[in-house]
Design a protein around this ligand. Sequence first.
Ligand code: GLU
Length: 428
Amino acid sequence: MKPNSYNPYVSAQTQFDNVAAMINLEPGVRELLRQPLREIHFTIPVKMDDGSTKVFKGFRIVHNDARGPAKGGIRFHPHETADTVRALSMWMTWKCAVVDIPLGGGKGGVICDPHNLSKGEQERLCRGFARRVAQNIGPVIDVPAPDVMTNGQHMLWIMDEFEAIAGGRYPGVITGKPIGMGGSLGRKEATGYGVIYVLREALKKLNIDISKTTASIQGFGNVAEYAARLYSLMGGRIIALSTWDEHDKKAYTFRKKDGLDIEKMVEIKDSFGTIDKKKAADLGCDILDGGEWLSQDVDIIMPCALENQLTPEVFTKISDNVKVICEGANGPTTPDCDKLIKEKGIFIIPDFLCNAGGVTCSYFEQVQCNMNYFWTKEEVLEKLDTKMTQAFNAVYDLAEDKRLYMRDAAYVIAINRVAEAVKLRGWV
Ligand code: GLU
């Protein structure tokens, strides 16, 4: 999961430009939607435990808020860049639009590696982040959430600092909060479960019995973990999973040809997804190179880690038996690799549809916070399933009807909804 030469912002704009041309989007709307509405770039000085001060660079970028307040996570990652955050904010706009929730798209990031920060340093970083963006976020402005290497505790520190500045209680300022502190039951499962709800629908369309399928997954953070758990509960077998090893600074693939016991794998990982190799070997796993997750003879591959992982270079390794690509990550496939997937006729569930379960549940969290009345986990997951299934069917029907690639069909629906909103508002 090392960075490569692909720029996610260029990928996001290429995808957008292709569909904008296909649907003859008016030039003014096109110009507006191919870039963010506003960006803030800032530095956050943090007092480290050893008494020194470290200065971190951060971003919060809003791509579009015509359909509602901007929404999207905050990533903590050593390879974060402004362009990555721009791309991710754009994908959030399409994500909220494709599942038809009244929110726009935003994203934030801090260049840092939380593996190397103590709890206290992480708290001071979160509070510093909140102070830098306090005037630009809020329940009706822009609402952050967890993402790569951030969690509910980070969200709560940000909320607490924001509330201290704003002088009131604003649980709707951020989502992904811990349960009992305004968080929604089901939020931690939501993204991964959503991936599997749409996979289940896709397999129905393809007449494939999920309990007879095998899969290989990249990543073992929050999205991958819950996707793997629900997929296993539905009878699917995860043959391989690949995750970053923080000690060795490289990724490994853990493989078991008759299927990994996901609950046991969860027990031997740390909170960032690094797996204890010795314990994995004791469980009977083959430990292979990080890239090997892609070359397994499976029915389904699920990139659930970072952007730019499926490139033409690695695509040559994919088995001819792969029938479905399920994009749990944001932007895992480069546009030149999309061409190869199309040619090969592999069914793809595109990222901003596939992983929309997280933000959909964040929307439910906001609704519950506004009512100050919280639903049961069953209610949350049932509503989530309904929303994801509806969105999948709308995209699938359009793709079938107009003979479109699934990613393009998802873009057509999302772009049309956002274009309508900017026109109704009279922006263009
Ligand atoms: N970070 C998640 C995503 O990429 C969730 C965003 C949110 O809940 O606002 O979709």
